[in-house]
Write a protein that binds this ligand. Structure first.
Ligand code: ITT
Length: 189
């Protein structure tokens, strides 16, 4: 029997690499490099749900999208919903400058995976990952904010994809999706 395929709409190869590893024994994942309108909202579940529905209708295929961000306690949740913009503009060094001399380094990553099939309503799955911001960039692995984030004193920029996948926000969201989707497929068989 051919393996089931899911389309992951993302421009981000780092997200794709992590998801592929988690799904490889379950179903095939194909990246779709398509731009979709990002709803302006503070609630990432609404952004992911809207994106998934839009892409499923446009592509006429079941899809997942993923919306994520870094929320820094001492910056009252910044960059949060602006994480992608802030990463492109001031980047990791800009965040480190904003945090210079700040003793409270607590931060969290959040991930929301949105799934939708054409003609259906979207479903979302959320994952959170607490850690600390470092005081300088460490390591060259991962992507985005990984070089300035550490988990239990282990710099994420030095983690392999496998190590990051054991604990990350994206894993927590993707595993909930994987289990839900497996059940959905077996109910259909
Ligand atoms: P899409 O095409 O999937 O939207 P994107 O990179 O623009 O890819 P988002 O809009 O969800 O993704 O923006 C999230 C931002 O937060 C982006 O700058 C990422 O690099 C960063 N980010 C998200 N998850 C991360 C992780 O696991 N490690 C480091 N940075 C992360």
């Amino acid at each position: 029997m051919p393996r089931h395929k899911i389309h992951f709409v993302t421009h981000n190869p780092g997200k794709m690499r992590e998801a592929e590893l988690l799904f490889r024994d379950y179903f095939d994942l194909e990246q779709v490099d398509m731009t979709y309108p990002e709803l302006q909202d503070d609630d990432p579940s609404k952004i992911a749900a809207y994106g998934a529905k839009y892409c499923a209708e446009q592509l006429d295929k079941p899809v997942i999208v993923e919306d994520s961000g870094l929320f820094v306690d001492a910056l009252r949740g910044f960059p949060g919903p602006y994480s992608a913009y802030v990463q492109h503009t001031i980047g990791n060094r800009g965040i480190l400058k904003l945090m210079a001399g700040e003793p409270n380094r607590r931060a969290e990553f959040r991930s929301v995976v949105g799934y939708c099939a054409p003609g259906e309503e979207p479903t979302t799955f959320t994952g959170v990952w607490w850690g600390e911001l470092l005081t300088e960039e460490v390591g060259t692995n991962g992507f985005g904010y990984d070089p300035i984030f550490s988990y239990r004193r282990f710099p994420v920029g030095e983690m392999t994809t496998e190590q990051k996948n054991e604990v990350s926000h994206r894993t927590r969201a993707l595993l909930q999706f994987r289990e839900w989707y497996e059940n959905k497929l077996s109910a259909r068989r």
